[in-house]
Design a protein around this ligand. Structure first.
Ligand SMILES: N[C@@H](CCC(=O)N[C@@H](CS)C(=O)NCC(=O)O)C(=O)O
Length: 292
């Protein structure tokens, strides 16, 4: 699906959501954009990181944290017809979805306030865009909204056993997606500049990749027996580990890591990963899940 019908300024796409919990938010709601977030969403967390790095955003962007049930409701469909976070209602009431678009919009819209996170140097910009594109196309988006399709990252946590027919996948598909994760992490390791992904300063690429690495940090060792590729600075992805161990000590990244990690701990207790671990252990066909 393209931008038509939801990203433009047509009358249909204008949606002014009611104040949260039916309360006025201290007189600041008027004229503020509204960002729709979900605690464990990696795609939404890139916007959360941006908001927390920027100064003065509380006065310009209201944050509403949704539950999974909220995503599938009629009200939220007016913000994102795909029923996914993140979503944004701009200060002018027009709705926007797709994390990349929201991030770029906010970055440009508020470029004169506080720091910006887009390198001014064309080559660094190009690398940043390449990193984000690889993340979005090959790791974090299914590119099809029909039941039965999932992103590569879903190989780590979606299963027929836990989610049912619409969101699970067969073992061969899972193995192919896990290989994709390995390929993309290897590419990132080979191409990142340091200390941040695209160079000397934090950029939209760091905001995009970091939340997804928390899914990976949590699941790849537990579910598929990978080494701790994000901490082993002498290990299989040394540059990536150097970046990750450095950036995860920065307060805003640390906070996002804790939020996402905590959610997955809860889900582990609920048995989310057990089905996948059992399926992989029972495979007699020699599929590969553990990398390198
Ligand atoms: N390409 C979209 C992906 C959004 C996405 O997959 N969001 C997830 C959370 S990270 C979601 O809302 N999933 C709920 C669902 O698909 O039912 C983006 O970058 O915004």
């Amino acid at each position: 699906m393209g931008c038509g019908g939801s990203c433009g300024a047509s009358a249909k796409s204008v949606y002014v959501p009611p104040p949260q919990n039916g309360k006025e938010s201290q007189g600041k709601a008027e004229g503020r954009a509204v960002f729709f977030d979900m605690k464990h969403s990696n795609n939404a967390a890139r916007i959360r990181l941006w908001l927390r790095h920027k100064t003065g955003m509380e006065d310009l962007v209201e944050v509403r944290t949704l539950t999974y049930a909220d995503l599938k409701g009629e009200e939220f469909a007016k913000v994102n017809p795909l029923g996914k976070v993140p979503g944004l209602v701009r200060a002018d009431g027009v709705t926007v979805f797709e994390s990349y678009v929201i991030l770029k919009y906010l970055e440009d819209k508020y470029k004169d306030i506080g720091p910006t996170f887009t390198p001014g140097n064309l080559e660094a910009w190009c690398l940043m865009e390449q990193m984000i594109r690889c993340h979005d196309l090959y790791v974090a988006s299914p590119n099809c909204t029909a039941p039965g399709f999932s992103h590569s990252q879903g190989a780590m946590y979606l299963s027929y056993g836990f989610h049912g027919e619409a969101r699970g996948m067969d073992l061969q598909t899972r193995a192919a997606k896990v290989l994709e994760l390995w390929k993309q992490l290897s590419w990132l390791d080979a191409n990142l500049v340091g200390p941040y992904l695209a160079g000397d300063v934090v950029s939209l690429a760091d905001f995009t990749w970091f939340p997804t690495t928390i899914f990976m940090e949590f699941m790849l060792p537990r579910v598929f027996g990978w080494p701790d590729v994000f901490r082993e600075t002498e290990g299989p992805l040394p540059k990536l580990a150097k970046w990750w161990t450095f950036i995860s000590e920065e307060p805003e990244f640390k906070k996002v890591r804790a939020e996402i990690y905590e959610f997955w701990q809860e889900m582990e207790e609920k048995g989310q990963f057990k089905h996948i671990i059992d399926e992989v252990a029972a495979d007699a066909s020699g599929l590969k899940f553990k990398y390198p």
